[in-house]
Write a protein that binds this ligand. Structure first.
Ligand code: KIV
Length: 292
């Protein structure tokens, strides 16, 4: 029986169905088609059933259960302490929320630190846990050695989103939350690693805190991979923000590339709709804030 998404439940009333409720589920081919025709892809993090359902209803195509939940939900100093069990719990909650609201979003979950670095087999075991919890795709940070892991997972039927630039799990090695790819040498390394990741089968690539010119050139050189920027300018295939940042409820220092969409939207659902509209029409982000 199909559940009425607006019905009352023991937990309250679920968010109203999206005006686009008849949308087909977001799939990888559809995301790559959007990338090919230049329609911007929208992604937000969510960590629980309700926010995930609201983001889906607001038209966000991809929901990321980011390991940023370590800071946002658990109060940790970084993402390094997030466990696979925690990721599994939040992934299950998000997937359940989207399902109950008859949502359509593509669900991506971060493989946390220490759950894929040891071997490709370890990565597969961890990815299976998150896939069985409801993730359609897993995300892993880093370049170089990760290409082999990406190939191993993709060949076994698990779509992978890569992540280059500022990779928060290696914040200590990077010396802090710093812009990456500023020198010619580091930009060349990032370009080469991005190419290797696409060749290994990564169909998405988060580019975090890199100059917008570099993000644009990586995007142009990867026709089979949807680049998703965060602090990387507007010329990527899509954008992602941490939910709490775009709602203006960040407990720490707000990164300068973040816009508080609550000011535009007036409500949580309105903020998410304003974000989707701004990404789609190219008014967010502003390249001037990503010249670094
Ligand atoms: O963990 C996270 O939320 C992320 C995004 C910032 C891309 O990786």
């Amino acid at each position: 029986m199909i559940q009425d998404p607006t019905q009352s439940t023991p937990y309250g009333t679920l968010p109203p169905a999206s005006p686009m409720a008849n949308r087909k589920p977001v799939s990888l081919p559809r995301l790559l088609e959007m990338r090919a025709r230049g329609e911007k892809i929208t992604m937000l993090t969510a960590y629980d059933a309700t926010f995930a359902a609201v983001a889906d209803a607001a038209g966000v195509e991809c929901i990321l259960i980011g390991d940023s939940l370590g800071m946002v939900c658990q109060g940790l100093p970084s993402t390094v302490g997030v466990s696979l069990e925690t990721m599994r719990y939040h992934t299950e909650s998000v997937a359940r929320g989207i399902r109950r609201a008859q949502g359509t979003a593509w669900v991506i979950a971060d493989l946390p630190f220490g759950t894929y670095q040891e071997s490709k087999e370890q990565a597969l075991r961890s990815a299976v846990v998150l896939s069985q919890a409801g993730a359609h795709m897993v995300k892993i940070e880093g370049g170089g050695w990760t290409a082999e892991t990406v190939r191993f997972l993709v060949e076994r039927g698990i779509p992978v989103c890569a992540h280059l630039g500022l990779t928060p799990q290696t914040v200590h090695a990077l010396g802090g939350y710093r812009v990456q790819g500023k020198s010619d040498a580091s930009a060349d390394t990032l370009r080469r690693q991005a190419q290797e990741l696409q060749d290994a089968g990564a169909s998405m690539l988060v580019l975090e805190m890199v100059p917008h010119v570099l993000a644009a050139s990586v995007t142009q050189s990867l026709p089979h991979c949807a680049t998703i920027g965060i602090g990387a300018g507007k010329d990527t295939a899509g954008q992602v923000l941490v939910l709490h940042d775009m709602l203006g409820v960040n407990l720490g220092r707000m990164p300068k590339f973040v816009r508080n969409f609550m000011a535009d939207g007036g409500s949580i659902r309105g903020a998410m709709e304003a974000y989707v509209a701004a990404v789609k029409n190219g008014s967010f982000p502003d390249n001037a804030l990503h010249a670094w």
